[in-house]
Design a protein around this ligand. Structure first.
Ligand code: E4P
Length: 217
């Protein structure tokens, strides 16, 4: 499973990259705003800075909601760096734009996906990634993980190559469950990724090894 970090915070991206397990970055306008990155020029510069920090795919989201606007913004974003993946909302014009970009060999990430039907359309339009938002479904008492399982089944039925990118991951168990269900990628906060490290028996065992080593020295 690929690991993406879901942030626009450069320090956290650096920290995840230093772990040696990072495959890419996802951002969105809210994550940019959270870091105080506003205005087109600053956002563009921030994407460039993120691309310098990591080797893998960096999702950059369009703001336009009409086909022509999405194509214009997506082409500008894609021209910044070959690592850029054009992130498009799963609406009618988003699907049209996805098909346009996939025909041109430009990578896409269909975002704000909350149903199997939407994921089916994303695959048909040739999306590189489809992003079901599992945490936001959980927030409204709907099983987000079940959506991952259903999309996996449908994609397997037809051999669709679109990668399932589990998004809106909120905690460590989400990552483990997504891995069990066969998500191709997960994107989550650094804290959820680092949670995978934790086990009390590791800490107890290490403390004992170090104590026993000291006895013999
Ligand atoms: C990913 O691409 C999304 O931007 C992100 O995972 C949304 O997460 P949230 O529901 O925690 O805002």
């Amino acid at each position: 499973m690929k690991f993406f970090i879901d942030t626009a915070n450069l320090e956290q991206i650096k920290e995840a990259q230093a772990l040696g397990i990072l495959d890419g970055v996802t951002t969105n306008p809210s994550l940019m705003a959270k870091e105080g990155i506003t205005g087109e020029a600053n956002i563009i510069n921030h994407y460039k800075a993120i691309c310098k920090l990591v080797d893998g795919d960096v999702s950059a989201e369009v703001i336009a909601t009409d086909f022509d606007g999405m194509v214009k913004q997506g082409e500008e974003l894609a021209a910044l760096n070959p690592q850029i993946v054009v992130k498009l909302p799963l609406i009618k014009d988003g699907i049209k734009a996805c098909k346009y970009f996939s025909d041109k060999g430009i990578k896409t990430n269909m975002t704000l996906v909350f149903s199997v039907g939407q994921a089916l359309l994303a695959a048909k339009a040739g999306a590189t990634y489809v992003s079901p938002f599992i945490g936001r479904l959980d927030d409204i008492s709907t099983d987000g993980l079940n959506l991952i399982a259903e999309i996996r089944q449908v994609y397997n039925n037809y051999g669709y190559q679109t990668e399932i990118l589990a998004a809106s991951v909120r905690h460590t168990m989400h990552i483990i469950d997504c891995a069990k269900l066969g998500a191709d990628v997960m994107t989550g906060p650094l804290k959820a990724i680092e949670g995978l490290l934790n086990h009390p028996l590791t800490d107890i065992g290490l403390a004992k090894f170090l104590a026993d080593f000291k006895k013999g020295n």
